[in-house]
Design a binder for this molecule. Structure first.
Ligand SMILES: [Zn+2]
Length: 272
């Protein structure tokens, strides 16, 4: 497995500084979380320029961009857009500069669930179809992620798989979300692999009581059974460690040391 790490490990930093710190600490391949762009004190255009320079110099390699969360969209006042076309247009305008600067292999997106509209699932479908087209035109692909309990129907991996298949996108299996949503993780991975839909994974852990985004092997996820399924299909795709740390930097850097020790095991799909 190609092991990468999300900039959400260093949540208090501007996304560019987080990516460079991760690269200097043994994780040159990263996923950029859009939320971290809002923490760049030099402003978005300058941060995107710094990102472009770091990528072109080979200081960091961007596997994927995690598109804005629902709360980011709400905070930016975009939630009450009248149509999926308008929401998708504004949403794409947020990520397009980073896509152009970082040249990621994929864009990971949450299925937008606007409950206030007459047909929420049709809204989501149209929204994602537009993003899929613009992603392809930018030389990247769209990966739809399964969400947490309480965000039905998209906490159901089977439903997310069906959504992704219907629009010709891939799935990013979020292992922590699946654990919290009481989805059988090995079975979910097997389903996605059998249908050729698994393009990435978010690797993090929890004890089942909340979406805790802990480092792998510090919660209740059945990693051994998941690895067995991935091995049986010869999975060589990416696994992005999506532990989230917004606490004091000393703690987040300790987690980073722990993850560096874990990396060879994840790479070989072995339990430490
Ligand atoms: Zn995730």
């Amino acid at each position: 497995m190609l092991v990468a790490v999300s900039t959400s490990l260093l949540r208090s930093l501007c996304v560019v500084d987080a990516a460079l710190t991760l690269a200097q600490c043994g994780f040159r391949t990263v996923e950029l979380n859009y939320a971290g762009l809002l923490r760049c004190s030099d402003g978005v255009p300058e941060a995107v320029s710094r990102l472009r320079r770091a990528v072109s110099r080979g200081e960091v390699s961007v596997l994927s961009i995690h598109a804005p969360y629902t709360y980011v969209v709400k905070n930016l006042g975009l939630w009450n857009c009248s149509s999926p076309e308008r929401l998708a247009g504004v949403y794409w305008s947020l990520i397009a500069p980073i896509v152009e600067a970082a040249e990621p292999r994929m864009i990971v997106v949450h299925p937008m669930h606007v409950k206030a509209v007459a047909n929420p699932e049709e809204f989501t479908l149209t929204f994602l179809e537009l993003l899929r087209d613009w992603a392809l035109a930018s030389g990247t692909i769209l990966a739809v992620e399964n969400l947490v309990r309480g965000e039905e129907p998209w906490s159901d991996v089977g439903r997310v798989a069906e959504l992704a298949r219907s629009i010709g996108a891939g799935v990013c299996l979020d292992v922590g979300h699946a654990n919290y949503a009481r989805q059988g993780i090995p079975e979910a991975a097997e389903h996605l692999l059998r249908h050729g839909l698994l393009v990435s994974m978010h690797l993090h852990d929890n004890d089942g009581s909340a979406d805790q985004h802990l480092p792998p092997f510090t919660g209740a996820v059945e990693w051994r059974r998941l690895f067995a399924v991935l091995k049986s299909y010869g999975y060589r795709g990416p696994g992005v460690i999506e532990a989230g740390c917004s606490e004091p930097m000393a703690k987040c850097l300790n987690w980073l040391s722990l993850l560096r020790a874990l990396k060879p095991f994840l790479k070989e799909l072995r339990v430490p």
